[in-house]
Design a protein around this ligand. Structure first.
Ligand code: ATP
Length: 254
């Protein structure tokens, strides 16, 4: 594909090529090219001295501002793939390009740099700091991303408003419902303006009404924050809001 030919050397690209705060200026060309490309990805683990082939040739694309779901039974390889997309693990074989950057070729440090700037993560269990308020939890993520302190207040308030928690900003996690805690986790994950949000079973702990609220928040932030979301799920009832569903069976898409 043409857009890959203009790739800069990786180290330079990690520093220069990834535009964290320029989503507003995305033009039609940028919307037409994938944010992430997975080509022929395989992943083999050594388990008890035997090779375990968990991913067996995965091809996929994430386009800008899409909501993409990976669906499949427990053990089919969804989390393994999500870890690979997030640069937390590397393929045994195949290629992963994120924003033109070859994740399969990059060092841990290089991938970590890109991940901190460009990605947000949401997990099944909400991963909030229990002693900090909703506000402080979101602020912490801006502090860790190295965003200047002068920008924190407006951004924290904006993100908590986006997820519908403006009135609960000063509550601590134990004073919030599971769905509200997950919405704080979403505010936390988008605060530093990532272009890709990865969510592993984000609705698994929630009842259907709360799960629907989470999906509605996802749709809002795709529109307003211009993120792409890739999530895993077991839940057939939420698939209808996806732009694309990849169905995984035994390490392959069907
Ligand atoms: N680091 C590892 N070492 C050995 N085996 C692993 C490792 N990580 C994952 N596996 C195995 O790979 C298979 C797929 O696991 P994975 O967590 O990707 O599935 P999943 O579809 O996300 O399942 P679930 O829905 O239960 O989270 C499982 O059999 C798991 O035991």
């Amino acid at each position: 594909m043409g857009w890959r030919k203009s790739r800069q050397p990786v180290a330079e690209a990690v520093e220069n090529n990834v535009h964290t705060h320029e989503h507003e200026t995305t033009d039609a060309d940028d919307l037409a090219k994938p944010l992430l490309v997975v080509e022929g990805v395989e992943r083999t683990f050594q388990a008890g001295g035997q090779p375990l082939h968990v991913l067996k040739g995965i091809h996929m694309e994430l386009m800008p501002r899409q909501l993409v779901m990976l669906r499949g039974r427990s053990g089919s390889g969804k989390t393994t793939l999500l870890n690979m997309i997030g640069g937390l693990d590397q393929p045994t074989k195949g290629h992963i390009f994120f924003h033109d950057l070859p994740f399969h070729d990059m060092s841990d440090d290089q991938r970590t740099k890109v991940r901190r700037k460009e990605m947000g993560f949401i997990f099944q269990a909400y991963a909030l700091m229990p002693l900090l308020s909703a506000y402080e939890n979101v602020e912490l993520s801006l502090r860790m991303a190295g965003i200047p302190g002068g920008q924190w207040k407006a951004r924290v308030e904006h993100c908590l408003e986006l997820v519908g928690l403006a009135k609960r900003m000063h509550h601590r996690p134990f004073e919030l419902s599971g769905g509200e805690q997950q919405r704080v986790a979403i505010a936390k994950a988008i605060a530093h303006r990532p272009s890709l949000l990865l969510a592993d079973e984000p609705t698994a702990e929630l009842d259907s009404q709360m799960a629907a609220q989470i999906m509605s928040v996802f749709q809002t932030i795709i529109r307003t924050e211009q993120v792409t979301i890739c999530m895993t799920t077991h839940d057939p009832t939420i698939l209808e809001v996806a732009d694309h569903v990849y169905e995984m069976v035994d390490g392959k898409f069907i």
